[in-house]
Design a protein around this ligand. Structure first.
Ligand code: UD1
Length: 362
């Protein structure tokens, strides 16, 4: 009998990654179940996205919710230990680098359940980011290190991973993008944000910012918002706001007259808008990849990235916290001189199937 696979997801970027793997395993009739830790719980951050991706309702929601890192990690561990002790999966699959990923991995490792890490090997080298800690711990404990690109393999080898555990499968996030792009024409969003003209959308800037390094300090966030306000004199700036960023903007009383702040968008509306953007300003990991695939210039407000391939061969540029450069680079793109790039190898829509191949060979 095929192995029983347990997927654990918890936060927004996990959902786009589990969907193609779940589909590929379902096509092979592999028994599988999904636990949602409840790290993200707003409908727009979670349930609505899962529905758009065509995922079944998770079998269990652990309802862990928000908290400090230790609280969130601890709550996931306690609940996952109970779940896994009862259900004893043959394999645990975890995704990306969020707290739920690392917490579930720790539990499985101690229960002797083999772990597959989807999106293994990515490193920013920046241990001040919680995600980097999550990546390091998860990869150290996982038996299947399922990497999206060659840099991932190299990082793992440099850390002493067993080469036999590393499988370069490609980028699952791009599987989802390729499958759903035809369902995300963005027309409704262009109308919603008044971006339609008779012939194509007006050039606009799409923004997402939610990392602690950009939104937790009042001065840093104020400087970023001031730069966006300046940019908005030249082109519409559309900023779907993560709940933590919204809370900070309100708490720090940061002015925003011209920038259009909206609720977070679910996957299809965001993709629909993104594909028409002239340029994207972000601190997200996944959006650095999506813009590279779509060929849209991406300005990343971080000093480093765990996805260097998007800078080396894609459309991404790292701007750190340089808001003057941000304004100059946006201007450059609006003048038609944005960075061009190409699509990395194995970002081809079939990573989920390759993961199913790896697991069924076990
Ligand atoms: C988490 C991930 C991050 C990922 C991001 C995507 C970790 C360490 N971080 O960060 O890598 O890029 O998800 O969104 O796991 N909140 C709500 N509703 C929700 C979820 C969160 O209001 O549904 C608010 C709460 O105030 C919460 C805060 O957002 O305290 C932060 O949520 P949390 O899950 O701790 O981390 P994210 O910043 O979302």
């Amino acid at each position: 009998m095929a192995a029983r696979i347990l997927h654990v997801v918890g936060a927004r970027p996990n959902f786009m990654k589990v969907a193609p793997v779940h589909r590929a395993l379902a096509a092979r009739a592999v028994p599988q179940s999904v636990v949602h830790t409840g790290q993200h719980y707003d409908a727009v951050m979670s349930d609505n996205i899962l529905r758009e991706l065509g995922m079944p309702e998770p079998d269990v929601n652990l309802g862990v919710g928000s908290g400090t890192h230790a609280q969130q990690t601890g709550q996931v561990m306690i609940a996952m230990e109970e779940h896994m002790t009862k259900h004893r999966p043959d394999v645990l699959l975890v995704y990306g680098d969020v707290n739920s990923t690392m917490a579930a991995t720790l539990v499985a490792a101690k229960l002797g359940v083999p772990v597959g890490h989807v999106e293994a090997g990515l490193r920013s080298g920046d241990r001040s980011m919680p995600e980097e800690i999550n990546r390091l711990v998860t990869d150290r404990l996982a038996q299947w290190l399922l990497t999206p690109s060659a840099d991932g393999d190299a990082n793992l080898i440099a850390e002493g991973a067993d080469p036999r555990s590393i499988r370069r499968v490609g980028n699952v996030m791009i599987d989802t993008l390729i499958r759903l792009l035809p369902s995300a024409d963005g027309e409704a969003q262009l109308r919603q944000f008044d971006l339609s003209t008779g012939n194509g959308p007006r050039p606009f800037v799409l923004v997402t910012l939610h990392r602690p390094s950009n939104v937790d300090e009042p001065e840093v966030l104020a400087r970023l918002m001031a730069a966006l306000e300046n940019i908005a004199r030249h082109a519409p700036v559309i900023f779907p706001v993560h709940p933590r960023t919204r809370e900070r903007i309100a708490r720090f009383s940061i002015p925003h007259d011209r920038t259009v702040l909206s609720e977070p968008l679910t996957y299809l509306p965001f993709l629909g808008l993104q594909r028409h953007a002239a340029v994207v300003v972000t601190d997200s990991g996944g959006i650095q990849e999506e813009t590279t695939y779509l060929g849209i210039p991406c300005l990343t407000m971080r000093a480093n990235t765990e996805r260097p391939i998007t800078v080396m061969i894609g459309t991404n540029q790292l701007l750190g916290n340089d808001t003057d450069k941000l304004q100059r680079e946006v201007q450059r793109v609006l003048e038609g001189n944005g960075k061009k790039g190409s699509v990395p190898e194995l970002w081809d829509g079939h990573a989920g199937e390759r993961i199913a191949d790896v697991l069924s060979g076990t």
